[in-house]
Design a protein around this ligand. Structure first.
Ligand SMILES: Cc1cc2nc3c(=O)[nH]c(=O)nc-3n(C[C@H](O)[C@H](O)[C@H](O)COP(=O)(O)OP(=O)(O)OC[C@H]3O[C@@H](n4cnc5c(N)ncnc54)[C@H](O)[C@@H]3O)c2cc1C
Length: 320
């Protein structure tokens, strides 16, 4: 880890192609999402990494409704610092917290300790702070993936039983289908609209909404409230900002990261694809290294084995 407290942030921002603290964050840079196959190589004609979902207005939002920037700035870093410092201090936690909040412990010193503790994997220290997001306009395809996260996160989701979609539920149109052959796009739209029309007919015929909803497609939009502690948020972002994740949930976590980053560039900088913290990619599907963020672990281990071989004294037993 770099000795400067700003070091890890700068390193993580650079890895993501994001501006460093103090500048406006604007999402991933091209190299993280663009096609990387050389012309003429297999896969060159179609992007192997989905195009940046951030380029398209998907009509989805993630707004951090708690805490606000002031609370994050004033209390979140001191709370985490108190959790970290309590382990090694004779002072009572409330005493440490007071010193951290009133600035007797310099904010840079707090951030430096927190950075070291997070990067060492001592995760309980960052379970003491939570972030609540209003998530709107995402598809059921996304929400089904999102609610698979269990540890340190709570969800509440709009009910298809208790909400009656009088004007028809709204739906998400994937970019690939929007850009597809117009005839295919038309069939998709007919299918989705047909399902929503049938829903309305069923409800009007007296079928309860909880049964009529069986015709809803995965494209149906939904709203959720998600509260996650920082540890869970870092873990989820590690998986969902990865280019192996589905485009819509990647986009959601780009928005989530943007919200946290806006409130605290320091804390937001920890939300990154898991390869950034690991230093290598552990996704089997990236053995061809089509995603350039970090080298695949096979390559890293190969280089390590090569270096070990090269450093071995001449004539030593190769099996030792
Ligand atoms: C790219 C991608 C593709 C995926 N594809 C599929 C798929 O095809 N099919 C499918 O079913 N799912 C799929 N998933 C979902 C995935 O298997 C997980 O269910 C999901 O990502 C939740 O992550 P998590 O298990 O780390 O859970 P979280 O709840 O986020 O857990 C966080 C961590 O806490 C620990 N933990 C949580 N609960 C327990 C427990 N009960 N026991 C022990 N440790 C625990 C684990 O270390 C875990 O990693 C996919 C996920 C991704 C990111």
């Amino acid at each position: 880890m770099a000795s400067s407290p700003a070091g890890p942030i700068v390193a993580r921002c650079a890895a993501l192609g994001t501006p460093c603290p103090g500048t406006v964050w604007s999402g991933y840079s091209e190299p993280v999402t663009a096609e990387t196959h050389a012309p003429g190589q297999p896969g060159a004609s179609t992007p192997s990494i989905p195009l940046n979902p951030g380029r398209r207005d998907l009509g989805m939002r993630a707004t951090m409704i708690f805490p606000d920037r002031e609370i994050v700035e004033r209390y979140y870093v001191p709370i985490i610092y108190t959790a970290c410092r309590t382990c090694y201090s004779e002072l009572a936690p409330d005493d440490i917290f007071e010193r951290a909040v009133d600035g007797r412990i310099a904010p840079e010193k707090q951030r430096e300790l927190i950075g070291r503790v997070i990067e060492s994997g001592h995760g309980s220290t960052i379970e003491h702070v939570v972030f609540t997001f209003a998530i709107t306009g995402v598809s059921r395809t996304l929400s089904h993936q999102l609610v698979r996260h269990r540890a340190g996160v709570a969800f509440d989701q709009q009910s298809q039983r208790y909400v009656s979609y009088k004007k028809g539920a709204s739906t998400m149109l994937p970019g690939t289908i929007a850009d597809a052959d117009p005839a295919l796009l038309e069939r998709f739209e007919d299918q989705v609209e047909g399902a929503l029309e049938l829903y309305t007919e069923l409800v009007e015929a007296g079928i309860p909404g909880e049964d009529a909803r069986f015709v809803f497609p995965n494209a149906t939009r939904t709203n959720l409230v998600m509260t996650a502690n920082l540890r869970a948020l870092i873990h989820m972002s590690g998986l969902r900002l990865c280019t192996m994740a589905q485009w819509e949930i990647r986009r959601l976590f780009q928005l989530v990261r943007h919200e946290v980053f806006t409130a605290s560039p320091f804390l937001g900088s920890f939300l990154a694809p898991k390869c950034v913290a690991l230093g290598y990619c552990d996704e089997a599907g990236n053995r061809d290294e089509h995603c350039p963020i970090r080298p695949h672990k096979d390559k890293v281990l190969g280089a390590w084995a090569e270096k070990t071989r090269a450093n071995r004294p001449a004539g030593s037993n190769s099996t030792q």
